[in-house]
Ligand binder design. Structure first.
Ligand code: ADP
Ligand code: MG
Length: 339
């Protein structure tokens, strides 16, 4: 028998990688917004049409890209964020895989406009089927705009699998909330089919939560603060009386990255034990800061799961910090008398 193994062409490899990174329009939203944050943007606009099936556009005022970088950014494993494997354990950026733009360009029509601060003019690139279809010099402000059109146009099975526009919009909104909650110092705008859904000016964590979930949220929040050698915990938990039957707002951020962690979730729920009915769910917005060397983010392409060196200690610290806050809140009137 002769040799039968072949190297896949780049566009096929990119489509395969895209299968992991891009499940639905919301995945594209996440990747583009994270790139804007990594670019140091102070203002980020998200523009959506038809649940992201027709258009997903993110416009930022970050550092922009040179003409050459603009072309290179769509290559697989092309990244400005890490240089060697050790860098994976000292990450200060959201991205590092250099796969998002290559993946997206393999399954959608992409238009990029970008300009760094040190050039007079910028670059406009159109990509179709992973290939640069057009490139021109344009006049544009500093920053980057990436428009992703007709997602999964070349993968009918994936396109048909998408849910209704309103369901896809809900996933996008969830993703928008996560990114906006992690970065209150950035001004975010969100437009859907031409109408403004969110306009979130620069603020602090508490004000950002209130701006997203409404002014009534303010009175429901109890601050959590704890600092040890291992972790700095800050953020808010919902007062027990506001715990709901539905899951509601439950957010963990580790080094300003939204993550899912059933284990840490359990720590918070355990702290609420005896204070809420077991069928109710507490709300929380918890921000953990840990040494980047003590976590591994590279365990899943979407980077929403991470591995902690010492999960047990984190569990104990988190539960005790939340308990402490709940305790303070419950005995607050008595303490007032002592002061
Ligand atoms: P990663 O974020 O993992 O590096 P991406 O495929 O998302 O990979 O992006 C590739 C590269 O393109 C980035 O490393 C960055 O240099 C550049 N880039 C992408 N988006 C932007 C942006 N909005 N502003 C400036 N540079 C960007
Ligand atoms: Mg990226």
């Amino acid at each position: 028998m002769g040799d039968i193994i072949k190297l896949l062409p780049d566009h096929v490899a990119n489509q395969i990688a895209a299968g992991e990174v891009v499940q639905r329009p919301a995945s594209v939203v996440k990747e583009l917004m994270e790139n804007a944050i990594d670019a140091g943007a102070t203002s980020i606009k998200l523009i959506i049409k038809d649940g992201g099936k027709v258009l997903i556009q993110v416009v930022d005022d970050g550092v922009g890209m040179s003409d050459t970088d603009a072309r290179l950014s769509f290559e697989r494993h092309a990244t400005s964020k890490i240089q060697c494997a050790e860098d994976l354990f000292n990450l200060s950026t959201k991205g590092f895989r250099g796969e998002a733009l290559a993946s997206i360009a393999a399954i959608a029509h992409v238009e990029l406009q970008t300009k760094p601060s040190n050039t007079e003019v910028g670059t406009h690139i159109k990509i179709e089927g992973s290939k640069i279809a057009a490139q021109e010099v344009i006049v544009t402000p500093k920053g980057t705009s990436i428009a992703v059109k007709n997602l999964f146009f070349n993968i009918p099975a994936r396109r048909n699998f998408l849910k209704s526009n309103s369901v896809e919009l809900r996933h996008i909104t969830d993703e928008f909330h996560r990114v906006a909650l992690a970065h209150p110092s950035i001004h975010f705008y969100f437009y859907n089919n031409g109408s403004e859904l969110f306009n979130l000016p620069q603020s602090n964590y508490r004000q950002r939560i209130v701006n997203i979930f409404g002014s009534k949220t303010n009175e429901k929040l109890v601050p959590v603060e704890e600092e040890t050698q291992v972790v700095k915990i800050s953020g808010y938990i919902g007062k027990p009386e506001f715990a709901k039957k539905s899951r509601g707002e439950q957010y963990f951020f580790v080094n300003n990255r939204f993550i899912k962690s059933p284990y840490l979730h359990h720590a918070v729920v355990a702290a609420f034990e005896g204070l809420i009915k077991s069928e109710n769910h507490p709300g929380y917005f918890l921000y953990l800061e840990v040494d980047p060397a003590s976590i591994d983010i590279n365990i899943h392409p979407t980077k929403t799961e991470i591995k902690f060196d010492d999960e047990h200690t984190l569990y104990a610290l988190l539960r005790s910090a939340v308990k402490h806050s709940l305790g303070q809140f419950n005995v607050a009137p008595a303490l007032d008398f002592e002061q």
